[in-house]
Design a protein around this ligand. Structure first.
Ligand SMILES: [Fe+2]
Length: 441
């Protein structure tokens, strides 16, 4: 059976294209001046072994002056890519030196960085050409998560690296200019897969969940992690600026979480951490994904308790908030309605908007056969309110086997799109992206 990640709009595209002055239906808001960039796996040859193993390709659209001025897609040309190496080597072993750089793309300190969690970042230009590995001037000695968190108040970038071998988990903090100013090894009992984490106003939150490295899988041509029935599940809360000795660990119900929607600490020592939660992951098969629900961990640090609550029963993934609200109370969140299953992972044809204060949930359905990827919120201006802006997503249209960049009004989420930019080729379903405004660079 063909693997799900090689079929339909998960299948890779072959060409690296450049197109200018793209056709627009509707009107691109003048407020949008910058570029929407998104990363994802685009395997260069055959079956790479897992959805997560394809070589990273960036797809970008620049918006300026009410126009969609260009579209580009480019491989992230890491050293291993240029050498033609794949994550599963010719001997069938996982090659942990290979850098597929396929998961996210963010801007910090004037640089655009393509990220994958088992390697250092790769810097690319605003036109998506690869500059090379960026290891913070040699100071970053671990891998870097694909989900760093920038504090909008201090401008600092908080992140971590995890590994199969010690150090298993290391916390890092970079200043607004991109200088690495703190690295702290964090003690965890075993080599778990740690995809994301969270920050709040006062704290950093780590997730140590029971998807554990199994060395017998290093030859299995798939992800070398599987569900553990006895590892347990815990979240660690560290004061910002603290160290390993300051981390408080709290047991939670066993589960897996790839992605945090947001976390906040409305009063010191009380944290609300909202996540897309899998009841378990890769218990039997590394291509199986259970339905994922929005879930809240409410942590009372002094009492040593965690209260758990499911906020919505529909399956969602790729949760995002307004980047200015990361680590602070956020009213609105966005996610892709999904349909995971035993044989893979699928997107539904709608984006979901959560009002976390009122509990209201809206969907934007793109119509039959029109399937969105992750939605990224872009404020209408620096001072705009939390709901005053746009949600950008690539939408695949099965009828024409092509893709659009769709711009929704975040405050009128169910309405017809503000603008639909027709792209010159299909954009495969991928992982994560960012709006990189002109002021970022
Ligand atoms: Fe992710």
């Amino acid at each position: 059976m063909t693997k799900f990640y090689l079929e339909g709009n998960f299948a890779p595209v072959r060409d690296e294209a450049t197109a200018y002055d793209l056709p627009v239906e509707g009107a691109v808001p003048d407020a949008l001046s910058g570029r929407y960039l998104r990363n994802g796996p685009n395997p260069t040859g055959g079956d790479p072994g897992h959805w997560f193993f394809g070589e990273g390709m960036l797809h970008g659209v620049e918006l300026r002056g009410g126009q969609a001025t260009w579209y580009r897609n480019r491989y992230v040309r890491t050293a291993s890519f240029e050498a033609g190496r794949h994550l599963v080597g010719e001997n069938g072993m996982l090659d942990l030196e290979v850098d597929v750089a396929n998961t996210h793309v963010v801007a910090h300190g004037g640089r655009i960085l393509a990220l994958v969690e088992n390697r250092a970042p790769t810097e690319v230009t605003r036109e998506l050409d690869t500059v090379g590995t960026f290891d913070f001037g040699g100071r970053l000695t671990t891998a870097m998560t694909a989900h760093p968190k920038r504090c909008s108040v201090t401008g600092e970038l908080h992140f971590f690296g995890y590994g199969v071998f010690p150090p298993l988990l290391t916390y890092h903090r970079a200043d607004p200019a991109g200088n690495l100013v703190q690295s702290e090894e964090i003690t965890v009992p075993g080599p778990t897969m740690i995809h994301d984490f969270a920050i709040t106003e006062h704290s950093v939150v780590f997730m140590d969940l029971p998807v554990v490295c199994d060395p017998s899988l290093l030859m299995a041509k798939t992800m070398p992690y599987r569900w553990s029935e006895d590892y347990g599940a815990r979240i660690g809360v560290m004061p910002r600026g603290g160290s390993n000795a300051d981390v408080r660990w709290f047991d939670v119900e066993p589960c897996y979480v790839f992605h945090v929607l947001n976390a906040a600490e409305p009063r010191p020592g009380y944290l609300e951490i909202d996540v897309a939660r899998y009841p378990h992951l890769w218990r039997d098969l590394q291509d199986a994904f259970e339905p994922t629900t929005l879930h809240r961990w409410a942590v009372d640090v002094a009492a040593g308790t965690v209260k758990e609550e499911t906020l919505d029963d529909r399956s969602v993934e790729f949760p995002r908030v307004d980047e200015r609200r990361v680590g602070r109370p956020a009213r609105f969140g966005y996610a892709v309605h999904t349909r995971p299953g035993r044989d893979g992972f699928a997107m539904e044809t709608a984006l979901v908007k959560y009002d976390l204060v009122s509990g209201a949930i809206e969907e934007h359905a793109f119509g039959p056969g029109r399937t969105p990827g992750e939605g990224v919120f872009v404020p209408a201006s620096d001072r705009a309110g939390e709901d005053d802006g746009y949600v950008l997503a690539y939408v695949y249209d099965a009828a024409r086997d092509g893709s659009d960049l769709v711009i929704l009004d975040a405050s009128d989420f169910g309405a017809s799109p503000v603008a639909t930019v027709a792209l010159p080729q299909r954009v495969p379903f991928g992982f994560h992206g960012s709006w990189v405004g002109d002021a970022e660079l």
